[in-house]
Design a protein around this ligand. Structure first.
Ligand SMILES: [Zn+2]
Length: 227
């Protein structure tokens, strides 16, 4: 069906009404499992419009969710170019280095846009291109944080389809992973070497080890306040 709206980015686990299914959210935003799929829950608020737009999308084999958002979703949403716009993304993986470059170019052309990014996990966190990409975003004013428990709660209430399966959702067992990813994000943004080893076993369960040897790194990390 040839519509301007590319449904490929809103097909798997997303309802017609633009909500993510409970199963998909629980599965893809769990930081204790390394799922490949990249999902994005997004919120766009305009200064001249009280109702925010809230919706969901995912990456396809050929295009990451971030690029789909910038090139399709945002372009269809914009009206008055002088209005200020606040965009919040809740992504299951942090943006890759290539997406960070495009996000940066986009924001340079859109000085009225402020972007907040919450990530459930950090994408290939040891690759310098990805680390530098996140730092570059921070340097132009993008807020990047790891999703913490109240944020999961907010996403559940806002973006997840109301089904009968699960009434409530409070993923307490995420806390250690949230802490580890927060420490790693802190070291990325402060440009100090990674202290986190994440590998996975055959069940996609991450195996973490933390190795902090350097005194400067230790100081920087203990001053981190992920919450
Ligand atoms: Zn990407």
């Amino acid at each position: 069906m040839a519509t301007g709206w590319n449904r490929d980015h809103e097909s798997r686990g997303i309802t017609q009404g633009g909500k993510i299914s409970q199963e998909t959210f629980i599965d893809t935003y769990d930081p204790s499992v390394l799922r490949r799929e990249q999902y994005m829950l997004y919120e766009i608020k305009w200064s001249n419009n009280k109702r925010p737009r809230q919706n969901c999308c995912h990456s396809t084999q050929t295009e990451h969710a971030e690029i789909y958002f910038l090139e399709d979703v945002f372009q269809k949403q914009r009206s008055d170019p002088s209005a200020h716009c606040f965009i919040t993304w809740f992504v299951s993986w942090s943006p890759c280095g290539d997406c960070c470059k495009q996000i940066r170019d986009f924001l340079k052309e859109q000085p009225n846009v402020k972007l907040f990014i919450y990530v459930a996990r950090i994408y290939w966190h040891k690759r310098e291109i990805n680390r530098q990409g996140l730092r570059n975003l921070m340097n132009i004013g993008v807020s990047i944080r790891v999703m913490y428990l109240p944020v999961y709660r907010y996403c559940w209430r806002t973006f997840v389809d109301k089904e009968d399966k699960y009434e409530d959702y409070w993923p307490r067992h995420f806390a250690p992973w949230i802490m580890l990813y927060s420490l790693e994000l802190q070291s990325i943004l402060q440009n100090i070497p990674s202290c986190l080893e994440v590998s996975s076993d055959e069940n996609y369960t991450p195996v973490f080890s933390l190795c902090v040897e350097d005194e400067e790194q230790k100081r920087a990390l203990t001053s981190a306040n992920p919450y």
